[in-house]
Write a protein that binds this ligand. Structure first.
Ligand SMILES: *[C@@H]1O[C@H](CO)[C@@H](O)[C@H](O)[C@H]1NC(C)=O
Ligand SMILES: *[C@@H]1O[C@H](CO)[C@@H](O)[C@H](O)[C@H]1NC(C)=O
Ligand SMILES: *[C@@H]1O[C@H](CO)[C@@H](O)[C@H](O)[C@H]1NC(C)=O
Ligand SMILES: *[C@@H]1O[C@H](CO)[C@@H](O)[C@H](O)[C@H]1NC(C)=O
Length: 381
């Protein structure tokens, strides 16, 4: 009797208490999941809370937070995807387009003539001379100027000149691969080596890497949102080589180009952003990351750690110098943070590790004769 009278109240309390605890527990788990969903990677602490050895498996059953693409983005992506998926048209006479960007005359025309000689019909030359009409010393360069515009260092007009060269070179359907060079560039290999390296690759050699420092993502502006997120912002030297499909998608792009034109420029938000170092590296990283090599086949020496790369003088030119550059088989990227991070990658060509470089800069005009001597020494190139 005593038991029967006393026992109901606690049982009754227990019945109330149990659902309350379940609700609290479920709410807690929900709040945790919502937080984990919103801050998947930043909140690495969450990994420790659930004591999972592999946090990724925990998130894999959650759909990624997707952003709805605008009409322009959808249109742009579908055009790009279709161009990339299209089988490339066979050409009976595939050529490489050498596109030179220069203020005026090209000091290395005679060296390039040695390079081109005997390979007529397998290359074409285009010149964008932004300041002065060039005086030519080689027959391969005569009448090869395209209509040009002013080029200001670090401004979008540099990208405009690149696009102008691509547009003109695309007019010839035999041009299958496109190389951008400057007036201080020299060839490091003979024509056949360069032709085969570029013609039989399935990627474009576009330099692109993630630099979280002030000279990389530090130049990013949130005005580029929503199309260009900071995590996709990349950096790279402008000296590219590009397969035809990639040249076509650069022509087709207006959306991303406009973002970089308007918001990646000197003085943007009190910082300097240089479109020629970020537009193509970011564009290709976003839209065809597997289609680019991530390094440039044009060598430049930044090892002096100055604002400008090393310029080669006549006294620097030797057999050993060229040998050193052509034997490099790894690409090196250094970030601009206080604690510089060095990233080294083997240069992979169709799955094989090969030398990275076909061209080099910045060579001063005074090196011309030495370079011609070296180049005509058949034993080395
Ligand atoms: C270039 O980098 C991207 C992203 O970092 C990567 O997905 C791609 O595989 C790289 N390209 C090559 C040829 O390794
Ligand atoms: C070539 O590379 C070697 C080894 O790294 C170095 O000692 C030498 O100074 C380099 N020579 C030239 C001319 O760059
Ligand atoms: C290029 O070729 C390599 C090796 O044959 C292959 O692994 C890679 O997926 C190819 N890339 C593209 C973009 O077709
Ligand atoms: C030509 O190449 C050989 C190595 O094969 C080298 O010993 C020689 O110095 C080079 N000649 C000139 C003029 O550079």
């Amino acid at each position: 009797m005593k038991d029967m009278q006393n026992s109901p109240p606690p049982r009754h309390r227990a019945r109330l208490k149990k659902p309350t605890w379940i609700i609290i527990l479920v709410s807690f788990v929900c709040v945790f999941l919502v937080f984990a969903y919103i801050y998947p990677l930043q909140n690495s602490g969450a990994c420790y809370i659930i004591l999972s050895s592999n946090c990724n498996t925990f998130y894999s059953w959650l759909p990624p937070p997707a952003r709805e693409l605008s009409d322009d983005e959808t249109a742009s992506r579908i055009v790009i995807k279709n161009v990339l998926d299209m089988p490339s048209i066979e050409s009976n006479n595939p050529k490489i387009a050498f596109m030179f960007m220069s203020p005026g005359s090209l000091p290395f025309e005679m060296l390039w003539e040695k390079f081109f000689e005997g390979h007529e019909g397998r290359f074409s030359v285009y010149i964008h001379a932004s300041k002065r009409k060039p005086v030519h010393s080689s027959r391969y360069f005569i009448n090869r100027e395209i209509r040009s515009g002013k080029v200001d260092w670090g401004k979008i007009s540099m990208v405009d000149a690149e696009r102008r060269l691509l547009a003109n070179a695309l007019k010839d359907p035999d041009n299958r691969h496109f190389v951008l060079l400057s007036d201080s560039c020299v060839p490091l290999r003979d024509f056949d080596y360069v032709y085969n390296y570029l013609m039989y690759t399935n990627v474009s050699f576009i330099d692109s890497f993630d630099d979280p420092g002030p000279h990389g993502s530090g130049r990013y502006s949130e005005h580029m949102l929503p199309e260009v997120e900071k995590k996709f912002f990349r950096k790279g030297a402008q000296w590219f080589t590009m397969k035809r499909q990639h040249a076509v998608i650069v022509m087709a792009d207006n959306l991303y180009y406009t973002k970089f034109r308007d918001y990646c420029r000197p003085g943007m938000d009190g910082r300097n952003c240089y479109a020629d170092e970020h537009y193509l590296p970011t564009f290709f990283h976003m839209l065809d990351p597997q289609g680019i090599a991530n390094w440039s086949v044009t060598h430049v020496d930044w090892s002096e750690g100055k604002w400008h790369p090393k310029s080669y003088h006549e006294k620097d030119i030797s057999y050993q110098l060229i040998k050193n550059i052509t034997s490099i088989t790894e690409s090196v990227h250094v970030t601009s943070e206080l604690k510089k991070k060095t990233m080294i990658m083997p240069c992979m060509w169709n799955g094989i590790n090969r030398p990275c470089y076909l061209f080099a800069r910045k060579f001063l005009p005074e090196t011309l004769d030495r370079m011609i001597d070296l180049f005509t020494n058949q034993t080395m190139f």
